[in-house]
Each structure stands twice: as C-alpha cells, then as structure tokens.
Design a protein. Structure first.
Length: 374
C-alpha cells in the first residue's frame, strides 16, 4: 500500500486536480501480492426481485425466514481472548453444519479456507467456501458471508445454528475476475457489495431483512454499513479524502487515505490511521503511528493520539471492529518480509492510544479477522 501511494503521488505531479480513486483501485490489482490481504466481495450484475432468500446449507443447515433481531450490544463488545500455543496447533476438522463457536480469524492454507474459533478449534471450510471469492466475518465472529457457487450469490451463515440467508442477487460466472469488496453490518443482515477494475459491475447496499437492493454511486468506495443501514463511503483524491454517510452531507479530510475503521457505536465517529507526506522520501507517504477520530456528520478531527504498545517491528496496517465505545481493533503486520505473514491483532484505546495485544494470526498469505476494513 505504501508503494501504491507513492505511485499515486507521482501521478498527481502530472495532474494534481485529478480524482485518483479509480487509479488507486486499479493499481491495487497490480499489487495483490502484499503479505496480508483480506476477503472482499464482487460486483453485482443482475438483481433479482422479491425478498431475501433463505436457503439450505450444504450440510445440516436449517431453512429460515429473513427476519431477525439485532445483536445485543454486549455481544458486539465481546473481545477476543489470546490463545495458548497448544490450542493454535489443533488439527483442522471439516466444517460442520452447526455448533461452531465465534471466530477469531479465517485464513487460507493451500488454497482452502480455514476457520479458527476463540476457543482454539480449527475447521477446514474448503468444501463450503470454494475458490478465491469473498469471505467476510461479522464483528462478533458469529456469522460469515461468502460466495455460494451453486446459488451464485452471497450467503450469510450463522455458525452456531447453521441458518443461512441468501442475498437477492445473481452474480455472473466471472464476477471475481475484477477486484471486489464486501462490507457486513454487525448482524450480517446488511451488506455492501462493490467492485472495481475491468469488468466491474454496480455497487449496491443489500438489506437481507427487507429483501431490498439499493444502488450506490460507483465513484465512492465503501467503508462500513450499520444494522440501521447507515453506510460510510469515501472518495480519495491526491491531497484530501471526501467522506460521507448516506443521507448526510459529505465532509473533507486533509489526507489521501483508505485506512478507516467502521462507524463507532455512537453512530457519528470514525477512526483512521495517521500518516505523513514527504515528496523527498521513499515511500513518500508513511504512517506516523497515530490514530485520529473524526465526526463524520459535523466534520472536524480530534487531535492525533500516539499509538503505544505496538512494537516497532510491526506496522499498523488496518482498523477493524469496535470492541467498545473507546476501543477499536487494530491489525499490525511485520515490517520485513523475512518475518513472514503472521499479523498481530490489538485493541487500541482511541482516547489514550494504548494498545493491548489480543492474538497473533496464522502465518498465511491470505487472512481476515472479524470486522476488519480492508
């Protein structure tokens, strides 16, 4: 991503007023070999009418109606617990149709998705989640969303009960030839499906409760969506980033950045990783190991808060789910390729900057953790 930002700034020297969002996204395709990528979803080609479809799982899943209550706040605020080293090495079992606990992470091993729970169980989900399509996990780790090849749509699966909801969408066979993004609400009942690059389709907001699909402006990149349908979208330019919540006026931030958290529990605060820009430095844009809070409705940043508790050999890379009103998830990756792909997940207090370690991910080329924004 640092190299990508350098490329963008070099482009900006030739055309400083150009909207670089599309160039940024296209350039990302050429740099997919970064050590840590996360699951995102594809563009939508055809929307089928009617309500959300409840479908049977490949194994022992129950058929349900598309109605559910929002998850209680105490569930969303549960934090992941560090795992003993002997639990991490447990052999993966085939993913059962139900009875799976809250997830700590998902990772690919030899091309197959594996799921690891907070209690240390490991499951091979390769028979259920096939190919290089999207995989996303709700913030509480209890539901996953992925592309079902047989149904040709995105499905949301409750890991404990086995219930499955199918999105009222039909995806073309070559959907995942383009870059794609999937954003889940905390309950998983709302999602944003977006794509870019060659062959991209539309960007849409899907409500599984109502069975509705709303088209979004393709120029805006999705950050997060809440259970009430509040969607946060960004549009980066060379020297600033436009940000808006659907239904509200946009605000302007003084940085080019994609490094945002989801919307905070208060419904108006968002966090981002701080950075500095020096045209004489390589890379020109570097994170400054700070975190910044912004009011997405009224605009305005709070003073930068210096991160502490994250060792220098790890680079803060992504923000994720809020564990409480004051703590947000941070994923930090090794600064050197020789250190492998294993990232470390922290809980960061956005008021003080103090980070506390939650767990270390598997050393895998592709991984995702609950609620991560990629």
């Amino acid at each position: 991503m640092n190299a990508l930002r350098d490329d963008l700034h070099e482009l900006a020297l030739e055309a400083p007023s150009v909207d670089l969002a599309s160039r940024a996204l296209a350039g990302a395709r050429r740099r997919r070999a970064v050590r840590l990528t996360v699951s995102v979803a594809a563009a939508v080609a055809v929307v089928t009418g009617g309500v959300a479809v409840a479908v049977g799982a490949p194994e022992r899943a129950t058929v349900v109606t598309p109605q559910m209550s929002p998850l209680p706040s105490e569930v969303i605020s549960q934090e992941a617990r560090p795992l003993p080293s002997d639990m991490i090495t447990q052999e993966a079992r085939p993913l059962p149709g139900n009875g799976v606990g809250a997830l700590l992470e998902a990772y690919q091993q030899q091309g197959r998705w594996h799921l690891r729970t907070r209690e240390g169980q490991s499951y091979d989900a390769g028979e259920v989640i096939q190919g290089d399509g999207p995989l996303s996990i709700t913030a509480d780790g209890r539901r996953i969303a992925y592309f079902d090849r047989k149904l040709r749509t995105i499905v949301v699966r409750d890991l404990a009960s086995g219930q499955i909801w199918g999105a009222p969408l039909q995806l073309p066979a070559r959907t995942f030839d383009a870059e794609y993004a999937l954003r889940l609400s905390p309950s998983g009942m709302r999602m944003i499906v977006a794509g870019w690059g060659a062959g991209r389709g539309r960007n849409v907001l899907v409500d599984l409760v109502k069975g509705s699909v709303k088209e979004l402006d393709r120029a805006w990149f999705p950050v997060s969506v809440s259970d009430t349908g509040a969607a946060v979208l960004i549009r980066p330019f060379d020297d600033h980033t436009s940000l808006r919540v659907l239904g509200h006026d946009q605000i302007t931030l003084p940085d080019f950045t994609y490094d945002f958290s989801p919307l905070a529990p208060d419904g108006r605060t968002i966090a981002r990783l701080g950075q500095t820009h020096d045209p004489d430095r390589r890379p020109q844009i570097q994170q400054d190991r700070t975190i910044i809070l912004t009011d997405v409705l009224a605009g305005g940043d709070r003073p930068r808060v210096k991160l502490s508790g994250v060792p220098s050999e790890l680079n803060p890379a992504r923000l994720g789910a809020w564990l409480s009103a004051d703590e947000v998830t941070l994923l930090a990756v090794p600064t050197s390729a020789r250190d492998g792909n294993a990232a470390t997940v922290y809980a960061v207090n956005v008021r003080t900057g103090q980070a506390r370690k939650l767990f270390v991910t598997q050393d895998a080329p592709r991984t995702t953790v609950p609620g991560l924004v990629s």
